[in-house]
Design a protein around this ligand. Structure first.
Ligand SMILES: Nc1ncnc2c1ncn2[C@@H]1O[C@H](COP(=O)(O)OP(=O)(O)OP(=O)(O)O)[C@@H](O)[C@H]1O
Ligand SMILES: [Mg+2]
Length: 348
């Protein structure tokens, strides 16, 4: 996490507007008939500011990885826009897309499967230079790769080793070095530590925080639960069934959550202080996450929400600033897609 709070008056580096990705569901082998769609991402908007970390959390299948792929233009959006420094990258192709992609890199979840086992570490980290030779001319590559190994805390002498010769944490460092190779401005980390032991998770997160300061990177940090992103995020967005339920600063989300789903997720986060633990209400969510092919009408969370009323089935709550906060001078600080967010904000 960068020391300075993200300055909301600066221009965002990334602006995501009404992003939608529907995967068609088809039936039949010869005549493939579309019988519906998996609404993996269904109208998501958020900003990312230079130098900040935006955590994105939510249960399995809520669309986090699909958002990540859309931001890199690895999946084509069904509709919506992603502006990188004001330019809509969902409309780009060819050379223009390639130029933008250089600036947005990804670190993947599983360091065991995301690194090609037949390539040396040097070739893995240097591979992006094949696509962007202008970043490191042929003669400079080995030196650049050695520098990158050093930057992520690995011995540059390991350059000729293969992935299986490294531990999980070391492999993720290799993935990070590769992500850094092209000097990107944004790194999208899709559950970068979920496959690692808890003790190693902290080391990798600390490394990422250090690299962020050193290179002025902006991060989107995806995770399943709120405890992992807490220490690295400046702001956090909570996703549910293809939509953003709540987004806000660290303090807003962890201290004053106004969406019942965020409150439920938070209540599952372990609290080290026994006294605080005693006073905390544990919210157990009942029922399964509905299918993204057939989401509930209105508020998608209503089928599992203890506050749900008739209105929640009829009216879709928009991601809006809770009234209580609206009078304060923090427009982008906290938005919650719940009809009762303002009432909740008055008491939390
Ligand atoms: N290529 C695809 N074709 C069809 N459906 C897909 C495709 N990719 C993802 N989906 C579906 O879209 C929904 C969102 O998937 P996604 O992988 O984005 O979720 P996620 O939040 O990253 O989950 P996890 O936490 O398990 O990684 C899921 O229902 C998934 O089955
Ligand atoms: Mg995922």
């Amino acid at each position: 996490m960068s020391d300075s709070q993200p300055s909301q008056d600066r221009e965002p580096i990334l602006q995501v507007r009404n992003l939608v990705k529907h995967f068609p569901l088809t039936q039949g082998i010869v005549f493939r008939k579309q019988v519906g769609a998996v609404k993996a991402v269904d109208g998501i908007s958020f900003d990312l500011y230079p130098g900040e970390t935006l955590g994105i959390v939510g249960e399995s299948g809520c669309g986090k990885s699909t958002v990540a792929k859309l931001l890199m233009n690895l999946e084509q959006a069904t509709s919506g826009e992603v502006f990188f420094k004001g330019e809509d990258i969902t409309k780009l192709s060819g050379r223009a897309l390639k130029a933008v992609r250089r600036n947005i890199q990804m670190v993947f979840q599983d360091p065991y499967t995301s690194l090609n086992p037949r390539m040396t570490v040097g070739d893995i980290i240097g591979e992006p230079f094949d696509i962007h030779p202008e970043v490191a001319p042929k003669g400079d590559r080995r030196k650049r790769v050695r520098d990158l190994l050093d930057v992520v805390g690995l011995n540059p002498e390991y350059i000729n080793r293969y992935p299986h010769q490294f531990s999980g944490g070391q492999r993720q460092r290799i993935g990070i070095a590769r992500g850094l190779a092209l000097n990107p401005e944004i790194i999208i980390c899709d559950e970068p530590v979920s496959a690692l032991d808890v003790s190693v998770q902290a080391q990798v997160i600390n490394l990422m925080a250090k690299l962020q300061d050193e290179f002025g990177l902006s991060y989107i940090f995806i995770a399943h639960d709120l405890s992992i992103v807490r220490h690295i995020s400046d702001r956090v967005g909570v996703m549910y069934l293809g939509r953003m339920a709540e987004i806000g600063t660290d303090e807003a989300i962890y201290e004053h959550p106004t969406h019942p789903y965020t409150q439920a997720l938070l209540s599952a986060v372990p609290v080290p202080d026994p006294e605080a633990r005693e006073h905390r209400e544990r919210i157990i969510l009942t029922g399964d996450v509905p299918s993204p092919a057939n989401p509930p009408s209105g508020c998608r969370f209503r089928t599992r929400c203890w506050k749900a009323q008739a209105r929640c089935a009829e009216e879709t709550p928009l991601l809006a600033i809770p009234q209580v906060f609206a009078g304060q001078d923090t427009p982008a600080a906290h938005e919650s897609a719940c009809h009762f967010a303002a009432e909740t904000a008055a008491v939390v």
